[in-house]
Write a protein that binds this ligand. Structure first.
Ligand code: DAH
Length: 331
């Protein structure tokens, strides 16, 4: 092989290449593993020829790199001029997003209570068992205390199973009068199905003042339910049982779909169960050092997902977590 001819052939090809793809082809042809030059280099037996061929290789590599740079820069320049975007044109087409239905309900509930003069307080998603269970009067051996039902970080730390611990933290931090709501995520070791997801949201309400009665609680919940489901709704409260309230009640609202006549949404009963509430058990006051003779209070804790699926007639609660835009865009 004649090194001179080879070099001048290669230089001609390099100069002729007019795209970065073309220069890559030239690189393979003249400098690739199967090129005549590499072949010759492998067969070199004497020092002289070796030095000559290596010098050719080095010059050709430099020439290919230089041409490649040049072409790449030209291609970029071309793209920068042809593909330029006029940033002064009005944007369009992307469409505006909106808040997730759960966030919408959360804000709505917050607004309702801010309008009543309540404060919105934060709780902790990672709680101690003391606040999540002990302070709330959960008896030893209550199933919620077991790792079968709750998600423990360690023996004394748990992902809160409800927003109720915020009651204790609020009472510890201030003296009555208290009018607060606390909204956020809760965690339970539930297998997802149409009515359960292991992460869900609750709104917790707490009122502590002198002379607070069950009638105040029912009046407040009646107001809230009418705001959420319509002024024409009727409400009903049935006795229930929670460790941290005495007495405890469960709030029901007349079905917003059939207005009480009976339909699949209310399982033909005309009533829909919304969630728990009750008068704060004096044991909680003792825990935080309030005088139970002087103060009384009420509390409630409801699921936001439940409110959302009822309001929007979503048949399966898991839909709220799928982030399928076809669903989300409807609300
Ligand atoms: N924490 C209860 C639950 O998750 C709900 C609840 C019931 C909260 C009664 C309350 C209450 O504040 O008074 O099932």
């Amino acid at each position: 092989m004649d090194a001179k001819t080879l070099e001048s052939d290669a230089l001609t090809a390099i100069a002729a290449a007019d795209t970065t793809d073309a220069i890559e082809t030239v690189r393979v042809e003249f400098l690739g593993r199967k090129s005549a030059l590499k072949q010759a280099l492998r067969e070199v037996r004497d020092r002289e020829t070796g030095m000559t061929l290596n010098a050719v290789r080095e010059r050709l590599e430099a020439a290919v790199d230089a041409r490649d740079d040049e072409l790449a820069r030209a291609e970029l320049d071309r793209r920068l001029t042809t593909e330029k975007v006029d940033v002064t044109l009005p944007a369009g087409g992307g469409g505006r997003g909106h808040l997730h239905p759960i966030t919408q309900i959360r804000r709505e509930v917050e607004d309702i209570f801010l309008g009543l003069g309540y404060r919105v307080v934060d709780g902790r998603e990672v709680e101690t068992t003391r606040y999540n269970f002990d302070a709330l009067n959960f008896p030893a051996g209550h199933p919620a205390r077991s790792p079968q039902q709750s998600l423990f970080i360690d023996d004394k730390t748990v992902l809160r199973t409800e927003t109720s611990p915020s009651q204790i933290r609020t009472m510890e931090a201030q003296q009555p009068p208290i009018y607060v709501v606390s909204l956020g995520r809760c965690y339970r070791r539930d297998t997802p199905d149409a009515t359960h997801t292991p992460i869900f949201h609750q709104v917790e309400g707490l009122v502590v003042d002198e002379g607070v009665t069950l009638a105040d609680l029912e009046g407040t919940l009646d107001f809230l339910l009418k705001k959420l489901f319509g002024e024409e709704r009727r409400t009903e409260f049935r006795t229930h049982d929670f460790p941290f309230t005495e007495p405890s009640i469960e709030a029901y609202v007349s079905c917003h779909v059939c207005d009480g006549d009976g339909c699949p949404v209310c399982r033909h009963s005309g009533w829909i169960e919304i969630g728990g509430a009750g008068m704060v058990d004096p044991k909680l006051f003792e825990f935080v050092g309030y005088d139970p003779e002087r103060y009384s209070g009420f509390a409630f804790g409801w699921g936001l997902e439940r409110i959302a699926v009822l309001r929007h007639k979503i048949p399966d609660l898991r839909e709220l977590w799928r982030n399928d835009l076809r669903l989300l865009r409807q609300f």
